[in-house]
Design a protein around this ligand. Structure first.
Ligand code: AMP
Length: 380
């Protein structure tokens, strides 16, 4: 059972209110923008008479990054629940980026995409979050242009390393913890934290990504509901259909630390999913003897069934003895040296690739309002 998919497909189409539909006409503006941006690259081509002057003035307001004509798709990086992620080259800066392309499907998933875009835009404020350089839409697609995480995922690193030593666990878990605390301080609960969604950059620092299931604007004491996440990483309170909060992310964090330390999940998958989920709710994980006392205690504090008593909620994870050697200011400043230099994904042989963007559907009329965004530090 894919809980994530199941939940998403039942999402209400909140964004399709009549008022918003009226604004659908705006879609054509995006199409216009595409042309305008093209023009903006060579304004000198146009004679400076009154008419053309006006056009040039509009051009300067439309960043080239909002036009698909300035991206060359080279390779598929992966598929998510909403669409495809492509490796692309952004012509203006000759820079590699990851472009997430999501068909609008009549606005079905707008609620989730808006949350995801909101968090990706915040990414520039925290070094351990994936960030969006720009987000925009065409008539039938939503586009998110993301920082390309070239070092792969924590999932593949765990598979390669089997069980990591304490030094590696300290490094990766402290960077994830800073990213998670940043999200929670902004009222954001991730709800799908797992090694597959933790990327590595070129140097080997972590980047938390895939914010497709986030819940934003969670203020203190506000609880959430609904089963979201990936079996194996979902907190017991979510599976029990109790109200939950950011503590659920600390459970998933505990599962990730357990996996880094042992190479296994604390509650390994079973043939019967129902039985697997029951073990998460009712059973205690097994802690191998090889774990040092501090790491063992850290895991026990994180994998507490009662959310209120879980580390990360009832006390600050930074104060746990496992992290006594960690200088958190250095972590925040990205000054720790990564213990593993990732093998970079090769782009050789892709230089001449030019995969066409998916075809536009002229029947698509939905528009995600206020979606166009360009990271100010990325703007030309
Ligand atoms: P998502 O839709 O976010 O679940 O992404 C689907 C897949 O695309 C992921 O599992 C990754 O393999 C890949 N991917 C997503 N974002 C990036 C990125 N910023 N850099 C590199 N690969 C990515």
């Amino acid at each position: 059972m894919d809980l994530k998919k199941k939940k998403r497909s039942s999402s209400p189409e909140e964004d399709l209110s009549a008022g918003k539909r009226t604004c659908c006409r705006k879609t054509s503006t995006t199409e216009d923008e595409r042309c305008i941006t093209k023009r903006s690259r060579s304004p000198e081509e146009h004679p400076i008479d009154g008419k053309e002057e006006k056009r040039i003035r509009v051009d300067t307001k439309t960043p080239p990054s909002l036009s698909i004509t300035n991206y060359r798709l080279m390779k598929e990086l992966g598929k998510g629940n909403f669409g495809r992620v492509m490796l692309a080259s952004y012509a203006i800066k000759d820079q590699l980026v990851a472009v997430k392309i999501m068909p609008k499907k009549n606005g079905k998933e707008f609620k989730y995409v808006r949350g995801e875009a909101q968090v990706l835009q915040l990414g520039r404020e925290c070094p351990f979050l994936c960030r969006a350089f720009t987000t925009f839409q065409t008539q039938s697609h939503l586009m998110m242009v993301l920082e390309y995480a070239r070092g792969g995922t924590l999932e593949s690193l765990i598979k390669k390393q089997k069980n990591m030593n304490s030094q590696k666990i300290l490094f990766y878990s402290s960077e994830i913890a800073v990213g998670l605390q940043f999200l929670h301080a902004k009222g954001i609960v991730h709800r799908d934290l797992k090694p597959e969604n933790v990327f590595l950059d070129e140097q080997g620092h972590i980047k938390i990504g895939d914010f497709g299931l986030v819940c934003t604007n969670t203020v203190e004491h506000k609880t959430l509901s609904g089963i979201y996440g990936t079996p194996g990483y979902i907190a017991p309170e979510i599976l029990s259909e109790d109200p939950y909060d950011a503590a659920a992310d600390w459970w998933s964090f505990g599962v990730i630390v357990y996996e880094m330390a042992t190479g296994n999940l604390p509650f390994p998958p079973e043939r019967n999913l129902k039985h697997h989920l029951k073990t998460i709710i009712y059973e205690k994980p097994r802690y191998p003897k090889s774990l040092g006392p501090e790491l063992r205690d850290l895991l026990q504090q994180l994998l507490k069934k009662t959310p209120d008593t879980r580390l990360g909620v009832y006390s600050n994870i930074r104060d746990h003895p496992f992290y006594s050697s960690i200088d958190w200011v250095k972590v925040e400043r990205k000054q720790l040296v990564p213990p593993v230099k990732p093998k970079m994904r090769s782009v050789a042989g892709l230089c001449n690739r030019n995969i066409p963007f998916p075809k536009e559907d002229p029947r698509e009329t939905s528009v995600l309002e206020n979606f166009s965004y360009v990271d100010p530090s990325w703007q030309e």
